[in-house]
Design a protein. Sequence first.
Length: 479
Amino acid sequence: MPIRLYNSLTRSLEELQPLVPGKVTMYHCGPTVYSSPHIGNFRSFLFADVLRRFVEDQGYQVTQVMNVTDVGHLTLDDIEGGEDKLEAASRKTGRTAWDIARQYEAEFHECQQKLMVRLPHHMPRATDFIPQMGRIIDDLLQQGVAYQVNGNVYFAVARFPGYGKLSGKVLDELEAGARVAVNDEKQDPRDFALWKTDDKHQMQWDAPFRGGARGFPGWHIECSAMSMHYLGPQIDIHTGGEDNMFPHHECEIAQTEAHTHRRFVSIWMHARHLLVDGTKMSKSLGNFYTVADILQQGYTGLELRYTLIRVQYRQSLNFTQKGLDEARAAIARVQQCRQRLVRHRDGLERVGGDDLAGPAAQANAQFTAVMSDDLNVSEALAAVFDFVGVCNKAQPSAAGASAALAAFLRFEDVLGCFGPEPKPDATNEAPADLQLKLLARNGARRSKDWATADRLRDEIAAAGWKIVDAPTGARLEKA
RNA sequence: GGUCCCGUAGCCGAGUGGUUAGGCAACGGAUUGCAAAUCCGUUUACCCCAGUUCGAUUCUGGGCGGGACCUCCA
């Protein structure tokens, strides 16, 4: 089944048609490592992860690149008064910009792991690609598409006719917005920096292009350089948050296509920002959450992942604590179902005659259809839960349970938000004292000493476990 | 000022020109010693106004409300 994705560039759904049949190249604008990753960042990164997982699920060989921006971005779109965020963090903490970048990069990787992100094949650092950026800058200067003033190099937007095609921004509107900083060096207010000089900057390199001055790269060139290095001049999919559309991706297109004279990206995809408690997440409103914040509240990475992917990426997602609680319950429903199936498959539960292969195939087909429709995760989850209902009603045969479990493995492979296949019985993994209490409760129940039985059940519950009474006997499960 | 998106039951969120989305929550029943889990059943929908239509929540126009981008931001 063809995969249809929404292309921000054409503002329409398009069929994924890889440049090389059977192979898909993806580039994702990654983290800027000057602060802890927040849940909004990870909505975008999890969207990229689900995209990659589903495209792989559909049989494509995917190569995925995500950059690590360890050169900070200036806080103002101007030379004067602008301070790089990495440099600012450095000044506050007294540590070098390099140390800070490495620290937050490590934290980012931890978050990826906790949120079950399948690691991109390449996660290059911008600072390792200064020479590659230099080669592009050099070429753009040679072509006359870029110019140098006082050591600063700017891309001449007027020389690239396609500028504005992604974001729809045109010069008049930018001027009307009155937000374009005054910069006498620029020939055109839209021109953007490829290379900058600033003596006070910690991160500096000798100019990697001919005739340049010591300085640091502009804010867009890294992605062009790294994308081209790993994936070639043309790629299939490029993703980012909606805020990246302008100016970042617009500039990437300009500098890359001016350099290669070929179409850079086939499909541009942008994830909508999430809201928190119905409004934009911001530090000043006190509704700003890092991934670590949520985990510290006691939610698992899986629960956070579920919460962040359950709404289709192009819809705004309202992040709330209630949403996390719902995710916890929803995941439990799936896992309960899977565990029962495991018990049937393994002969621990009396098996019936229901062959679930048919419903499993149906659920798989439905899942594929809705995921192929621009990654409609909401509908994909509905397909999963419909199937849960079917399984719970059934008295499956061992083979039927096995077929159903295979479907769940596939859903998990694509969404990654349910967790691994449950063990049929966790009693043996419970602490020994709880196992003894379970045995004691069994005895109390046989002698109809309900008070003792209930007290033991409460004690077990207080320890974070719960008793499941089944026809085949009572067992313990992690609550 | 420019560009764009959204408004669905208690909450979150799909979708459709006429037929039950799904999850969470609530209520009744089955089951259970009582629970938990599971199953069965039930309740509350499509912001407002006008138009197109046999028929609109779904299409068109207007209004109201919310949000995003235009500036570092996923």
